[in-house]
Design a protein. Sequence first.
Length: 350
Amino acid sequence: MDTDTVLRPVAVLAGALVVTLLAGWLLDLLLRRADARHGETPLWGLLRRCRLPFRLLLCTALLYGAHRRVGIAPDYVFAVGRALTLVMIASAAWLLVRIATAVVDSSYARFAAQHPDDARVRRVRTQVTLIHRAVTAVVVVVAVAAMLLTFPPMRAVGASVLASAGVLGIVAGIAAQSTLGNLFAGLQIAFGDTVRIGDTVVVDKEWGTVEEITLTFLVVRTWDERRITMPVSYFTGKPYENWSRGGAQMTGTVFWHLDHSAPLDLMREQLRRILEEIPEWDGRTGSLAVTDTTPHTIQVRAVVTAKDGSDIWTVRCQVRERLIAWLVAHHPYALPRIATAPADARPGPA
């Protein structure tokens, strides 16, 4: 075997690796300096995640451009070229996804840092998350299609598919009606601002927080840590409660059924003291009033407030529990009881 035949491919491989490592190191150096100069944006630091796909793409491109001339695996030139092409397409798609992720994460981080309004931040987070998923899906689909088109049999299949695109489009539209409906519902949620990541919602009598929104489904994390996965079309076709819509602040009520002799003025003073000891209470409202009466009891209602749905639940439970304990300890006569007395005699006939 000729020595030059062996050394030239080895030298090309070594040269490609050296150029790749040098270019990757130089790119990382530039990104680190840019990150140090522009600390107000995390974009340059996030772009450092692109080093690996960049190196893979560069090395594959260098080998693809030189493998025919230097005779790398001369008996399998076509197979080597095909393999390098596939790796190049995959690494290019990987690089594009990493760049899109860095841009999206950087944009969201800057917006969240500049805007204290939690509702707007969650709206933007929902939108950029869905945009990122859509871009990723498009890049992956295009990359897979490009990889398949490198095979000659697939080109013929592609031509026949295009020739019958009308029939296939009708069939696919009927078969994927539900999927397409969820897809458009996801876009409607993203840009219609009807529900956002982090919103407190009540769906099918289940209370929870929106944890994830994709183009086809939505995940609600309930108060007991369960996850409910629902199609996004549910939120565009059925009514639901969104406690975070128009602001996260919440108002809650607590009810007691007490005796008519309950000390209402003392209860108001005790409610105020209890609320001041609960850190989740936001201080906006804390009132108590009689809202109904029956022959045996009165209905007493307390109105309390908190900054969000989770805190209002805590405040309501604390007020209910501690005020009942106070009544039991200091005013047991105020608790409801059943009064019994002998019935009056029925008057006789006149």
